[in-house]
Design a protein around this ligand. Sequence first.
Ligand code: AMP
Ligand code: FE
Ligand code: FE
Ligand code: ZN
Length: 281
Amino acid sequence: MIDLHTHSTASDGTLAPEAVVDLAAAQKLTALALTDHDTLAGLPPAIARGKKHSLEVVPGVELGIQWDGGGQMHLLGYLFRADDAGLVERLGWLRDRRRERAQRIIEKLKAAGVEISFERVEAAAGGESIGRPHVARALMEAGVVSSIGEAFGRFLSSGRPGYEDKDELTPEQAIQLIRAAGGVAVLAHPGTLKLKAGGLQRCVEELKSYGLAGLEAIWSSHSPEQVRDLQALAEKLGLITTGGSDFHGENKPDIQLGTGRRGNVQVPDSVLTSLRQRAQA
Ligand code: AMP
Ligand code: FE
Ligand code: FE
Ligand code: ZN
């Protein structure tokens, strides 16, 4: 079994890249993709650690996508050249925008009567890619909330007083960025799109026209029905069915690496073989 969706301290996970790999090895996974948001910084240490365990670490990344068709669109990139200049440069730009947004969020919280410092958020981020989970952690440390979930519910989710949009790539830009670096693009957790069957198919067909290779049908928070329907859609459109837990350590405490939320993530090794074939095609 493998896990193709995990986060480390390089973005908004709470375990270092090496510790994520150790956990995968302890679970006897044969391969793991680290898919941090907008950064590749966790890959070299994860790959080095993987060699010690004879566990393959697949280069991955997760991108937020500009999309106003309902819900949230995220895209996963795999098997790209991690030193591709275009990719490296674009991710750096996205991280710069994230820093500016974190500052705007802090201003908004201040206007709502809650004061935390940018330094505190930066310290919570530790790594490269600053996001709302780090603001949430700073709010928790300041005693304003008692959990990450409460921080999102009261302040950070869309429509709450500390919410700020993020600068994101269009679907076409993101898919082309990954492909130009020799990689394959997969639509992450399609269930978060909040589209009905027909709308989802039209959306996925559009992404396919830009070069999408797969659908992440198997995911911690998809219901068994969603997994089944998404697998059927992938098959119908000639896309690869992929999966991963979306492990974030203590930032999402109910999601286990490898097996997801209720042991409902089981991803066979053959998925990686299919992705690799598509990457080389
Ligand atoms: P950002 O990329 O800064 O907009 O932050 C999005 C990240 O926040 C997601 O990748 C999740 O890891 C996390 N997240 C979003 N909603 C919640 C929530 N309700 N509880 C905990 N974490 C969340
Ligand atoms: Fe995340
Ligand atoms: Fe995501
Ligand atoms: Zn993720």
